[in-house]
Ligand binder design. Structure first.
Ligand SMILES: C[S@@+](CC[C@H](N)C(=O)[O-])C[C@H]1O[C@@H](n2cnc3c(N)ncnc32)[C@H](O)[C@@H]1O
Length: 242
């Protein structure tokens, strides 16, 4: 199935509306489940992305699909002037705002409601844009990426972190079992939403990963687009430049 057609609830609502509802439902348990299901590995992945940006000293950073703001908070280590987090789920951002407050980062990080595909920031606004586990949920992937490129400054960088697909057959077997059985089972128990972690499995499977995503980055105008696998190819960092 085409990845854009993979939706959480399979209702008549748009993918954007379904995704928004789903993340509002799971928001209170999202961080807990993230840590439980990934055994904390996801933190190291975001750290790696932020380290990749370090040599470029970005001053104005946008975290798209910020959710509970973990990526935005990690970006604060780069000592930028500003970090803006945008997301379509107010529930996720409410959890993020609490964390930002606790960490005294309110003067650096601001969160606001916004859809990646229709963000209305001026052209050439940001030095760097990061997206963690967000592009998979876009209703129209190419439209989203084109819009991100528009608001990136010339020479600015895009860093996308997303689930991928391990190449090693043993790890792939475990990965398939984990995503199709373990994750939906635990997700159903803890998350307040019976579909969310089954959608996770379906959307990861349908997502154009590795070279296929790099091809879409190039098509939407990013230069030097490339990827690097993380943790045996479970996830990947995609980078590109405007
Ligand atoms: C899996 S969470 C990732 C949150 C965070 N980036 C992280 O690394 O943990 C995906 C987030 O993407 C948001 N999202 C999905 N589609 C979006 C869109 N078109 N524009 C902005 N945010 C979107 C969801 O609301 C959700 O908070």
């Amino acid at each position: 199935m085409q990845h854009d057609a993979v939706t959480p609830y399979k209702t008549a609502d748009s993918k954007k509306e379904q995704v928004e509802t789903m993340f509002n439902n799971i928001a209170p348990r999202y961080d807990f489940l993230n840590s439980l299901l990934s055994l904390g590995i996801h933190k190291g992945w975001r750290k790696k992305c932020v380290k990749w940006l370090e040599p470029y000293h970005p001053q104005h950073i946008l975290d798209v699909a910020t959710g509970t703001a973990d990526f935005a908070i990690e970006c604060a280590k780069l000592n930028p002037t500003s970090i803006t987090g945008v997301d379509i789920s107010d529930g996720m951002m409410a959890v993020g705002r609490e964390k930002i407050k606790r960490l005294n980062l309110e003067n650096v990080i601001a969160l606001k409601n916004g859809n990646a595909e229709t963000l209305d920031f001026a052209d050439n606004t940001f030095d760097a844009i990061v997206v963690g586990f967000g592009v998979r949920n876009f209703q129209n992937l190419e439209k989203g990426l084109e819009n991100l490129r528009r608001i990136l400054k010339p020479g600015g960088h895009l860093v996308v972190l997303e689930f991928s697909y391990p190449k090693n057959p043993f790890i792939r077997g475990f990965y398939n079992f984990y995503f199709s059985k373990v994750t939906p089972f635990i997700g159903r128990i803890f998350s307040n939403d019976t579909r969310a972690y089954t959608y996770l499995n379906e959307s990861v499977k349908a997502f154009p990963h590795d070279d296929a995503f790099v091809t879409i980055m190039k098509k939407t105008g990013f230069q030097n687009a490339t990827f690097s696998g993380l943790s045996f190819g479970i996830a990947a960092i995609y980078t590109g430049k405007k």
